[in-house]
Design a protein around this ligand. Structure first.
Ligand code: ADP
Ligand code: TRP
Length: 333
């Protein structure tokens, strides 16, 4: 069963929820901003994590790809320490209540809430021809969050506005129909709010600048060695604070190691190649046990499916309870 420990202090009334789209291979930005913080709360707070396959439909993925990516994301989370006896871990599309709540919330959502969303505007600016799903996506995300009465949503900075939309929709609902929903808050770790990619921009599957958690080791090394830096010579002193290699190194290394590397940057006679090599080493070391665990889990056919269906049963129970309250509140019971 779900062995949520006795909750105390700040965790007492906390319900943590987050989701990730199975739209590509999990990378360091996803891991440090969302996966790690969400997994870490499972011992202290009630935690719900899901694979947002319905969200991924906005880009109409190939059906075979979608299926295998869902499996891969599940493996990644379990390898990284998600304990399915503590976290309710499920596949989004297994929870049919989400669709009903999405429609109800859609009718309460002013167009302006969605027209303002940066993520939608950025996609259009990048030449994506939007479908209605992409436009309405924040309402689906609001339903995900509100259905479980989540208090706390760990995400990267780019999702902040979507959590704000969920909060605004919850407020509109509560003002009109009474206090059914909890108002959720995003939880963003400032030091990992925007993890840089190999080209210095935000690491993102859509920019092709990612360092994958469990890519082939040779390839990961190559990716790290290809990180874009300025053209300072080996001898010149360098500024660690503007360098993506240093920013990534900081995610793994101890305070002492970080201070030591910063010192070397500033002193000169320390090349970007040296820093990249140090990054390769901490990266490999950090993910080594998780890589081994992933290989073990991968060999256990049927495990993922059993974990996800058990999670879906529990998630559906919570979702149905909330939806029952919603139906009563709006006069549809
Ligand atoms: P991507 O931009 O690669 O498609 P997603 O949109 O699937 O990533 O993001 C999944 C989660 O990871 C979200 O909470 C998002 O905010 C976070 N995230 C993704 N990339 C980064 C990054 N470079 N820095 C910080 N957080 C990130
Ligand atoms: N929109 C999120 C992303 O692209 C994924 C997501 C869907 C999500 N539903 C959510 C995140 C609910 C937090 C809470 O990364």
């Amino acid at each position: 069963m779900f062995a949520v420990p006795e909750l105390q202090g700040e965790f007492e009334n906390m319900r943590v929820l987050s989701g990730i789209q199975p739209s590509g291979t999990i990378h360091l930005g996803n891991y440090f901003a969302m996966m790690k913080p969400a997994i870490e709360t499972q011992n202290d707070a009630e935690t719900y994590l899901f694979i947002a396959d319905l969200h991924a439909l906005t880009v109409l993925p190939d059906p075979g790809d979608l299926k295998s990516r869902i499996n891969d994301v599940a493996l990644d989370f379990l390898a990284c320490g998600l304990d399915p006896d503590k976290t309710v871990f499920f596949r989004h599309s297994d929870i049919k209540q989400t669709m009903e709540l999405t429609w109800i919330l859609s009718c309460l959502t002013p167009m302006g809430f969605l027209e303002r969303c940066h993520s939608f505007k950025d996609k259009i600016a990048n030449g994506i021809k939007p479908n209605h799903g992409l436009f309405a996506y924040p309402v689906l995300m609001a339903a995900d969050i509100l259905l479980y009465k989540s208090t706390t949503v760990p995400v990267g900075k780019d999702q902040k506005q979507h959590v704000e939309v969920a909060r605004d929709i919850a407020l509109r609902f509560n003002n009109r129909y009474g206090d059914v929903f909890v108002l959720p808050e995003e939880r963003i770790r400032e030091n990992v709010a925007i993890v840089p990619g190999t080209d210095g921009r935000k690491m993102s599957k859509s920019y092709g600048n990612t360092i994958e958690l469990f890519g082939n080791e040779k390839q990961s090394r190559k990716r790290i060695m290809s990180i874009l830096t300025d053209s300072k010579t080996l001898e010149e002193p360098k500024d660690p604070e503007t360098c993506p290699v240093f920013a990534l190194y900081k995610l793994f290394a101890s305070e002492f190691e970080v201070a030591e590397m910063a010192e070397k940057y500033r002193a000169g006679n320390y090349g970007y190649g040296h820093a990249k090599q140090a990054l390769v080493e901490v990266f490999m070391e950090y993910f080594k046990p998780m890589r081994a665990r992933r290989a073990e889990l991968e060999a256990d056919s049927g495990y993922i499916e059993s974990v996800l269906s058990k999670g879906a049963a529990k998630a559906a129970e919570t979702a149905e309870e909330t939806l029952r309250e919603v139906r009563v509140a709006i006069g549809l019971d």
